[in-house]
Design a protein around this ligand. Sequence first.
Ligand code: ADP
Length: 454
Amino acid sequence: MKPLSVKSRIAVWLTLLMGLLAVLLLAFLLSISRVVAAQSSMSQLSQTVRSNLSQTGMSNGRLALGDGFSFYQNGVSTLIYSREKALLAGQIPVSFSVEEDFQNGITRVVNVGGGQYLVLDLWLPMGWDNGVWLRGLMEVPENQQLTSPLLRVALIVMPAFMALAALGSYWIAGRAFRPLDSIMSAAASINEAQDLSRRIGLPPGRDEFSQLAATFDQLFQRLEKSFESEQQFAADASHELRTPVSIIKGACEYAEKYDETPEERLETISMIHRQANRMSQLISQLLSMTRLDQGTETAKLEPVKLNDLIRSLCQEQAYDPHRLILELQEEVTAAADPALLSRLIQNLVENGFKYGRPDGCVWISVRQDSGEILLEVRDNGMGIPSEQQDKIWQRFYRADPARSGEGGTGLGLAIVRQIAQLHGGYMTLESVPRVGSAFTLHLPAAESTDQAKA
Ligand code: ADP
């Protein structure tokens, strides 16, 4: 069986609920009406029998009935019995076919065959040792309750009310779910046409669907952006790799075709070597960037003494101490991943040399300032024009490829920025063309990191 749509399910549920409510209400009305009817019958019975009682007396030792006495009135039959329970006057209704004991002043319900009677007996004493019984009998009408006008109205109105509830809930649910149809059709067309530029585009509203649609649109926008940058990345990466591969291929073909002198051959081999190195550098940078992107390489933060880290990095890399000047007065400890932070500093220092003057210097300084740790790598090199200062952080962007030569991949600063973000920090740049550049890593101070963790 085809599952019901949500709006049909809501309509069915509401209708069933209304039905249940209607049945309960009807049952309640029935019982109320029965009680009311029973009470009014009882009071009618009592009134009639008592009025007849007042009309009953003795005259000259004989039973005397007043003019107001009535043996049958308002559905009540009145019978007069002797003390010995012999019928003196009145007619027992045919359907009252049972023997019922006399009980003075108590109204009760007596079952007779298929129906019911209300019975009330009153003892009327006469003289000092005599008297008569007055018995009132009133048949309880069958289905008396159904004759109540309120019930009749309820029986007509309730089905109409239920039908209205079913139609109304179906209509309201249909209207309420209409935006969902737009969301579904937009999502389906994005899926089918692989068109990430499509948006649901619901007008802004305060209901849940408008908010959901707006969130979906933001999601699609982010997906589109990240899809585009993935494509761009793949295109750039293959382009960057293609260049050294074609140089290597060309060099090999030339060497195969022409008889090179030993010097030329050596030159070819060294060119192939350089290109292979470039490819390997590019591949390792691509790999580390992908790992950082995918979160397979995450920052394992630990307290790191920055001065010690910088000194040991300089030793490992054997930087020229005349050209790399350390300004490390303050002892600063940061929550950092030593391996990632070393890679960040190394990228910045090597750029400083690469884009510096031939005899230029690079300075590293560390200081703590109002809740932030600042690690600055400064050079007195060529500087970066202001219109390029935003772009240099993009992957594969190289402001001056001729200057960076074969050693540049355009990935170094993108990795620097990624590492800064993994540490909860960010990078800033101040640069003046032909004067120099200062790249600063801003990290949250260790105490504020602790506070944030607490
Ligand atoms: P790469 O150095 O491999 O080209 P980077 O991402 O490290 O790639 O740098 C991107 C670009 O930013 C470089 O091509 C260069 O033009 C510019 N750049 C980076 N560091 C400096 C610097 N210290 N001085 C001047 N320009 C720089």
